[in-house]
Design a protein around this ligand. Structure first.
Ligand SMILES: Nc1ncnc2c1ncn2[C@@H]1O[C@H](COP(=O)(O)OP(=O)(O)OP(=O)(O)O)[C@@H](O)[C@H]1O
Ligand SMILES: [Mg+2]
Length: 323
């Protein structure tokens, strides 16, 4: 990973708030002790909320205390997935690990830090899911993060969200406004004597059948990696299973806590595990709670009926994806 952007390739950034103002503002505030992970990309629909959810669940399964903050108060995708998770927990009476969670109702950095202090004081990780556009709060979240995760799909439009590449020479023409913001904020942190955050581009929704598209996307992403100083990692492939389990607020790892549902193909869990390994998040020395397989208490008759219907729907989802 290179330490920063090549100045000639990064257009003179700065409309709106200058990074020095953003970082200066943060330095005047009490910052969280927990490791902060921002899920950011100004391109919509690339998988920010999906990866935020899977990472949060994976970390809670490892016994870490996790706070998730949904900054997208209009869509509230992460919030709705976690509500579905609560529904599954209640209906099937299983003890699924759950992060602390809050929706940021006002786009205020004071409120953001207040919520982190209120709910995340003892947390090991704070995961912040950002909406797909630039804003003062998005810039501050990126500036205060230790890890910035940017999911990206393999389409040309998704690459343009990071930078534009000359199709003939394969050279970077210009970093996108989003990439310029991230690079400038990281540089500003260094100027102020803070550590640079780890900027990780995670490929997502990769369709194995699109080999040509993947090869050209990889070439361009590798070129931009050299100029923008991010780390490119393998993310998740495109799988209907991911989408369908989200409707129940479940990640693949959860299935081992609900043995009666059966298992999905290991490749899904393998991908999620590889993603977590590649992120290289710190291992906290704090005590880790052990997540045990849940015991189902004897349900009442009507609860049993509801649970059966729910279980049936889930089982059929899982069976579809286990072939
Ligand atoms: N690996 C995947 N396989 C299949 N579907 C996926 C995958 N990743 C994300 N999706 C689906 O893509 C859609 C967009 O994902 P998501 O909501 O996580 O994106 P986002 O970047 O948070 O979007 P927004 O910018 O609107 O907040 C969702 O329907 C989600 O279920
Ligand atoms: Mg989202």
């Amino acid at each position: 990973m290179s330490s920063g952007a090549e100045p000639s390739r990064i257009a003179e950034f700065v409309r709106d708030e200058h990074p020095s103002v953003v970082v200066h503002d943060l330095l005047n505030r009490r910052l969280p002790n927990a490791h902060v992970i921002a899920f950011a990309n100004e391109k919509g629909g690339v998988g920010k909320s999906t990866l935020a959810f899977h990472c949060a669940v994976a970390l809670t399964h490892q016994g870490f205390r996790v706070l998730t903050i949904d900054c997208d108060r209009r869509q509230q995708t992460l919030h709705r997935i976690l509500e579905a998770r609560d529904g599954t927990t209640r209906t099937l009476k299983v003890d699924l690990p759950r992060p602390e969670h809050v929706v940021l109702e006002k786009q205020s950095v004071s409120l953001l830090l207040q919520e982190i202090d209120r709910l995340g004081r003892d947390c090991d990780f704070v995961l912040i899911d950002l909406p797909g556009h630039d804003s003062p709060i998005a810039r501050r979240t990126i500036a205060l993060a230790h890890t910035v995760i940017t999911p990206t799909n393999c389409s040309p439009a998704d690459r343009d969200a990071l930078g534009s590449i000359n199709p003939v020479t394969g050279e970077l023409r210009q970093a996108s406004p989003f990439a310029q913001v991230v690079v400038a904020l990281r540089a500003e942190r260094l100027v102020r004597g803070l550590n640079a955050f780890d900027w990780v581009i995670a490929k997502n929704r990769v369709r194995r059948c699109e080999q040509r598209l993947i090869a050209s996307a990889e070439r361009d992403l590798n070129t931009m990696e050299r100029h923008l100083g991010y780390r490119l990692i393998e993310g998740l492939t495109e799988r209907v299973a991911y989408r369908e389990l989200l409707a129940f607020g479940l990640s693949h790892q959860d299935l081992k806590l609900i043995p009666s549902l059966g298992r999905m193909r290991n490749s899904c869990s393998g991908e999620l595990q590889q993603l977590m390994d590649a992120l290289g998040l710190p291992r906290s020395s704090k005590e880790r709670r052990i997540v045990k397989a849940a015991r189902l208490p004897a349900p009442t008759r009507s609860a049993q009926k509801v649970a059966e219907a729910y279980r049936e729907a889930l089982c059929s989802t899982i069976q579809t994806h286990s072939r």
